[in-house]
Design a protein around this ligand. Structure first.
Ligand SMILES: Nc1ncnc2c1ncn2[C@@H]1O[C@H](COP(=O)(O)OP(=O)(O)OP(=O)(O)O)[C@@H](O)[C@H]1O
Ligand SMILES: [Mg+2]
Length: 426
């Protein structure tokens, strides 16, 4: 009995020792854990700072980050994403992505998102064009990554958007300008090649018409036919000259020009067409003015463009009035002088420049108010076969002569184009 009692005491003692040992072990492990936690908290850069470290990182990066769940509901939307899309976080969180951006549904983005969710692989969309709610076009490069749990389950997608608008649009603009330049050069080469044969057609038609006019045996309708060939050939030449001037911006070579003579030669070319259309031509030239300084070929082209436009505005007849008058002198200041008042204050005499105004008035259809700002822009035309180069080229030529070209028009009553040129020192 006494032996059993001793055995029980020994067992109890051993149990007590084992419990003490285990308690010590637990305490030791606790100490280890606390030390590890203290150490890792020391490595955290957010140590001691208020707020959420991960959130700060997300809001500070300069790429747009959006997180969507598997049904494309927006779960996270960083500040940069809001600035690219102009959609605030408050407005989009919890909503379906394609409810916020319905216009992107047909863009293939939905398909890519679905693919990322199904395959668990990252996809990239290089230049994705969008429009924000202010109708501004912006371009992003997107990386779409699967959002995965540690066990690999895909729970959604992360869309990372880089704003590449400036890079892409600038590149497109450069390519467009380059293409236009190439087309311009090509058009100029073709125009140059066509110019000579058309010149020959026009010259022969004129020569034949003149000799037939002198011959009473020749029929009048044949002569009229030849004149029509000559006029149409001249019109083609004019289009070609417009293209050539437009593509080269030729410098004006100024010589004394007989203005009435130049205008007469232009009006002579359209005389027959005017007659056929029932348009009469009236001329009022100031007799005190004949010579101006200018490039005769270029000025001829300006007047031809204005005359043809006037005729085209009067398909059912009317009156084309061409006026030349001296303009009151315009005081010119030195280029570095801000105003003519200052010029006078300093006792420097103003230079007076003589100007001449050449007016083409028609009684045609007139120009609607909303077109007045556009008619001098290249390629603006309301005519079926118009190139829209006539007025733009004319304006360039007049500007090269230090002159101006203006228009007054009333729909249904007609238009007046006025070219003002400095007379220059002859
Ligand atoms: N006298 C006019 N009366 C009414 N509209 C005019 C007149 N002159 C010009 N316009 C308007 O201005 C536009 C531009 O004229 P512009 O001469 O530059 O080109 P276009 O006559 O259309 O073509 P192109 O001269 O190259 O054959 C015309 O299409 C027309 O709408
Ligand atoms: Mg024209």
């Amino acid at each position: 009995m006494a032996e059993i009692y001793v055995l029980l005491v020994v067992i109890s003692f051993a149990c007590i020792l084992a419990v003490i040992y285990l308690l010590r072990k637990v305490e030791y492990l606790n100490r280890q854990v606390r030390a590890y936690q203290a150490e890792s908290s020391h490595d955290d850069p957010s140590d001691g700072l208020p707020g959420n470290y991960n959130e700060d990182v997300l809001e500070s990066v300069t790429v747009g980050i959006a997180v969507l769940d598997r049904s494309f509901r927006i779960r996270s939307w960083n500040r940069f994403m809001a600035s690219i899309t102009q959609e605030t976080k408050e407005n989009v969180i919890g909503r379906l992505y394609f409810d916020v951006f319905p216009e992107q549904l047909g863009s293939g983005l939905a398909h890519t998102l679905q693919e990322v969710i199904e395959t668990g692989e990252t996809r990239e969309i290089r230049n994705f064009k969008h429009q924000d709610k202010n109708k501004r076009t912006y371009v992003t490069r997107k990386k779409i990554c699967p959002l995965k749990r540690l066990d690999g389950t895909v729970t959604g997608v992360i869309i990372i958007s880089e704003d590449v608008t400036d890079k892409v649009l600038l590149g497109e603009e450069l390519r467009r300008v380059e293409k236009l330049r190439a087309v311009g050069e090509f058009a100029a080469r073709i125009a140059h090649e066509i110019n000579n044969p058309i010149g020959v057609i026009s010259a022969y038609a004129e020569h034949l018409a003149e000799s037939m006019e002198r011959n009473p045996a020749c029929s009048r309708s044949h002569v009229q036919g030849l004149r029509a060939i000559q006029e149409e050939a001249e019109r083609c030449s004019n289009i070609i000259r417009n293209i050539l001037v437009f593509s080269r911006e030729a410098e004006a070579r100024l010589v004394p020009v007989d203005l009435p003579g130049l205008l007469d030669s232009v009006l002579f070319l359209i005389e027959k067409s005017a007659e056929n259309q029932g348009v009469s031509i009236e001329k009022h030239y100031d007799s005190s003015l004949s010579m101006v300084l200018g490039d005769p070929e270029q000025l001829r082209q300006v007047f031809f463009n204005l005359a043809i436009n006037a005729l085209q505005a009067m398909p059912d007849g009317g009156v084309l009035t061409v006026r030349v008058r001296r303009e009151p002198p315009v005081a010119l200041c030195a280029a570095d002088t801000p105003s003519s008042d200052q010029f006078r204050d300093r006792g420097i005499p103003e230079r007076e420049e003589q100007h001449v105004a050449i007016e083409f008035s028609d009684t045609g259809c007139g120009i609607p108010e909303q077109h007045l700002n556009d008619i001098f822009k290249p390629f603006f035309s309301t005519k079926a076969g118009g190139t829209g180069l006539g007025l733009s080229v004319s304006e360039g030529i007049v500007r090269n002569h230090s002159g101006t070209i203006t228009v007054k028009s009333e729909v249904g009553r007609g238009s007046t184009f006025t070219v003002r040129l400095p007379v220059g020192e002859l």
